[in-house]
Design a protein around this ligand. Structure first.
Ligand code: FPP
Length: 149
């Protein structure tokens, strides 16, 4: 969801308000997408590279999922949206992890629209994590060569 900072700057507002407006844009997009024939939407909420931003901005970004789910989770649940968070849970505050888990569990039965939120996600981190899990499984003898294609 690039452009939040520039959107705010153009209006003489702090970047944090740009991110909050980004949550509103997400809300509008999720409401409109199913009627436009879109069933899957993946949004980048926080990349592994975003940790290098100023502490205050990181805090604000970390607070966005709560802001969104506090107001929208009931509706997402009711309207058939399945939420999935992708990215590293390690490194996130326990209450944020609990919130992401709750959103996934409460919408697990839905299949009208799939909303994936990339949070603490990075392409390189994803590949590195998968390779590490594969190596751990191999070292523990849990890899069956017959099933690897
Ligand atoms: C990049 O804008 C955007 C982000 C770092 C994150 C934005 C996240 C949200 C709007 C909400 C996420 C919602 C949930 C539910 C997690 P930027 O700061 O790089 O802006 P710029 O491109 O203008 O510099």
């Amino acid at each position: 969801m690039d452009g939040n900072g520039r959107w705010a700057q153009k209006r003489g507002l702090p970047r944090t308000l740009g991110h909050r407006a980004g949550v509103e844009a997400l809300r509008r997009t999720v409401a409109a997408a199913p009627d436009l024939g879109v069933r899957w939407l993946t949004v980048y909420g926080f990349s592994t590279e975003n940790w290098s931003r100023p502490a205050a901005e990181v805090r604000e970004l970390m607070a966005l999922p709560k802001r969104y789910f506090d107001s929208d989770l009931k509706r997402l649940e009711r309207e058939g949206v399945r939420v999935r968070a992708v990215g590293r849970r390690e490194g996130l505050a326990p209450d944020l992890v609990a919130l992401l888990n709750e959103a996934e569990q409460r919408t697990a039965h839905n299949d009208r629209f799939f909303l994936q939120i990339a949070f603490n996600y990075g392409g390189q981190a994803d590949i590195a994590d998968a390779a590490r899990r594969l190596a751990e499984a191999a070292a523990a003898g849990r890899l069956d060569p017959a099933t690897i294609t």
